[in-house]
Structures are given as structure tokens and as C-alpha cells.
Ligand binder design. Structure first.
Ligand code: UT7
Length: 332
């Protein structure tokens, strides 16, 4: 039996910091409101002229370097994003080019919003366990600053830009001495969320036009309360599913690396699942919600800070637009 394992992690964050106080100068909000309701203090904003593939390639390169892999040896690049460089071609193929990976490697984007990285991990895990590929780079990248309406205080205070990546390869289970690696992934979607977090125009249902642009229909629209409730419900369900599938209790988990949307959502998940909040790695204070990038950025920060010991039990979980949601359980 083959198990996949994270051989390296990486991240890339823009240098430009946008604080709550700066935001409060342009929209009707305050540092106090944002911190109390979300836990966010600041977020990163990508410079004009750069795009998702630039950050994604940097994160992917860092993950490959940490794994000791030459990017040219990758079999597959999966980029989870809702902010591709452009609708066509995929951002993944642009990342392939920026990494200097020649023709032959598979490369594609996937859209599962904030759950995109967990979805990507699940797909990459299947590729490895079925021996289709040996080396897969899974990237979560978002340049959300380009799709939020900076006049809308309901959304613009929440989001930030960033990228995170993992180098996923074979574990050592075949030799019967290594429990490290991915033990299970669980991905789902709940269509009751379709209208609560969406971009009305710019797709085939309502192509971009002067009218859609004038109406701001190419920006994110969100019903915060509904998304909040959906996130607590669905992330908790995904965590409980991972625990059940691996015959574990909440007390067995050493670290939770969850999607960083709102600290209150994570408090709700912790309470429902009986997980101690101390086990959650939190960085949303510094980066805000980076959608599909948030789990791999947190994973990389925690890993490089030496938080994980070999064999530690990690639970990853996320939910976003759709609602798409999921979890993964792994031994570090
Ligand atoms: O990754 C998934 C994507 N999104 C999320 O996970 C977001 C999920 N939702 C949330 O995190 C929370 O619902 C929010 C942070 C968006 C909002 O927090 P809330 O406690 O649900 O506040 P609310 O929407 O109930 O709004 C409370 C008040 C409202 O005023 P009234 O109607 O009570 O007078 C809002 O208009 O706060 C007002 N408000 C703001 N005030 C200052 C909304 N946004 C702001 C703001 N600054 N930025």
C-alpha cells in the first residue's frame, strides 16, 4: 500500500501590508470592529503588475526546495484558486512555465473556493496512491484584492492576498515502517450556500458588460451571517468525519490547521468538536482570509517554526463558497 506524504511546504506573501486603520480611512469601519468581529488586524496586498501565478510559482518553488526536489521532476501541478491570472489558460500552466518545468508535466486549476487546497490535496493523494504520479505540487493562491469591492465594508475588510504550497510525494508505508503521511481526505459540497457567497457576473451566465461593471457585479458579494453559520456547521462536520474515519477522538489530535476566515468561526468549530482552541494554528490576524491559500500558508508557517514533531496528528479543514468544504487527517 502506498500513502502520500508532504515532503515540503512553501509560501509567498506580498510585502505590502494594509492595516485596519488604513482601511478605516477609506470605508466606514474601525480597527476595533474588525478585530472584535473577525480577529484580523492586517492583510497583504499584491503590487499591481504581478498576478496569481507569480505568488504561486514562488510558493511552489519554496515547497520543492524544502522537499529537496528539482521542480523539473514534478509530475503534476494543481493550482487551487478563484483568482486565476486570466480565465484561459490555467494559472497552473503559467506556474509550470515560471518554474521552468518543461512539457509533459500535468497542470490544471481547480475551483473550490476556500476549500480549494483541501480538494487539491485529496486529488493529489489519489494520484499518488493509484501510482499515476509520484510528485505533485498542490498550490493554493488568491489575489482577492482584485475581486473585492473596496467600497463594500461587508467584504473588503476580510480578505487578503497570498499563496501556499506543498510538495506531495510517496510515503514509506510500502516498507512497513512509516505511519507518516495522509491517512484520509473528505471533500463535500452543500449547494444551499450558492447565493450566499458569489460573483454575479463575468461568467457564461452573465458575461461582463459595461452594465455589469457599472453595477459592480464583477465583485464578491457575501451574506456574512449565512456563510458564518455554514462554516461552523460544515467545517465541524468535516472534522468529525475525519475523526470517525480514523477511529480517533478530538483529544488524539495534536494540531488543527484550519481555513483562516474568522477566529469566531474557529471557536465555534472547536466547541462543537470538543477540540481545544490551543491546538489551532492561527495567523488570520496578520493575513486575513486568503481563501484557498490560507491552509497551506498556515501549514508552512507552523512547519517552519518547528511546531510539528514527527508523527504528530494533524487535522486540516476548510469551507468556502458553494459551500465547498472538506478535511484531511495526516501524521506529520
Ligand atoms: O472563507 C469564507 C468566506 N467568508 C467568511 O467566512 C465570512 C463569514 N462571516 C463572518 O465572518 C461574519 O459574518 C462577518 C465578519 C462578515 C460579520 O460579522 P457579524 O458578527 O456576522 O456581523 P453582522 O453581519 O451581523 O453585522 C453587524 C453590524 C451590521 O450593522 P447593523 O445592521 O447591526 O446596524 C453591519 O452593517 O456590523 C455592520 N458591519 C460593519 N461595521 C463596521 C458590517 N461590516 C462592518 C465593518 N465595519 N467592516
Amino acid at each position: 500500500m502506498i500513502r502520500s506524504r508532504i515532503h515540503g511546504t512553501g509560501r509567498a506573501l506580498p510585502a505590502r501590508i494594509l492595516t485596519n486603520d488604513e482601511l478605516a480611512r477609506t470605508v466606514d469601519t474601525s480597527d476595533e470592529w474588525i478585530r472584535e468581529r473577525t480577529g484580523i488586524r492586517e492583510r497583504r496586498i499584491l503590487d499591481a503588475g504581478l498576478a496569481a501565478s507569480d505568488l504561486a510559482a514562488e510558493a511552489a518553488r519554496n515547497a520543492c526546495e524544502a522537499a529537496g526536489w528539482d521542480p523539473a521532476t514534478l509530475d503534476c501541478i494543481i493550482v487551487a484558486t478563484v483568482t486565476p491570472d486570466s480565465p484561459l489558460p490555467s494559472t497552473a500552466v503559467r506556474v509550470q512555465q515560471k518554474l521552468g518545468v518543461g512539457a509533459g508535466c500535468a497542470a490544471f486549476d481547480l475551483t473550490a473556493a476556500c476549500a480549494g487546497f483541501v480538494y487539491g490535496l485529496s486529488i493529489a493523494d489519489s494520484f499518488i496512491r493509484t501510482r499515476q504520479f509520484k510528485r505533485v505540487c498542490v498550490v493554493g493562491v488568491e489575489i482577492l484584492s482584485r475581486i473585492v469591492d473596496w467600497r463594500d465594508r461587508n467584504t473588503c475588510v476580510l480578505f487578503g492576498d497570498g499563496a501556499g504550497a506543498v510538495a506531495l510525494g510517496q510515503g514509506d508505508v510500502a516498507r512497513g515502517r512509516d505511519d507518516r503521511g495522509l491517512h484520509s481526505t473528505h471533500i463535500h459540497a452543500d449547494p444551499t450556500g450558492i447565493d450566499h457567497l458569489h460573483i454575479p457576473a463575468g461568467g457564461s451566465a452573465k458575461p461582463a458588460s459595461a452594465d455589469t461593471v457599472a453595477g459592480g457585479e464583477h465583485f464578491v458579494r457575501m451574506n456574512g451571517r449565512q456563510v458564518y453559520a455554514g462554516a461552523v456547521r460544515n467545517i465541524s462536520a468535516a472534522c468529525e468525519e475525519a475523526l470517525r474515519a480514523n477511529e480517533l477522538t478530538a483529544a488524539d489530535i495534536d494540531h488543527v490547521v484550519a481555513h483562516q476566515a474568522n477566529v469566531r468561526i474557529l471557536e465555534g468549530v472547536a466547541e462543537r468538536c470538543g477540540l481545544s482552541l490551543d491546538k489551532f494554528y492561527l495567523n488570520l490576524e496578520r493575513f486575513g482570509n486568503t481563501s484557498s491559500a490560507s491552509v497551506p500558508i498556515a501549514l508552512d508557517e507552523a512547519a517552519r517554526a518547528g511546531r510539528f514533531k514527527e508523527g504528530d496528528r494533524l487535522l486540516l479543514c476548510a469551507m468556502g463558497a458553494g459551500f465547498a468544504y472538506g478535511s484531511a487527517y495526516l501524521r506529520w
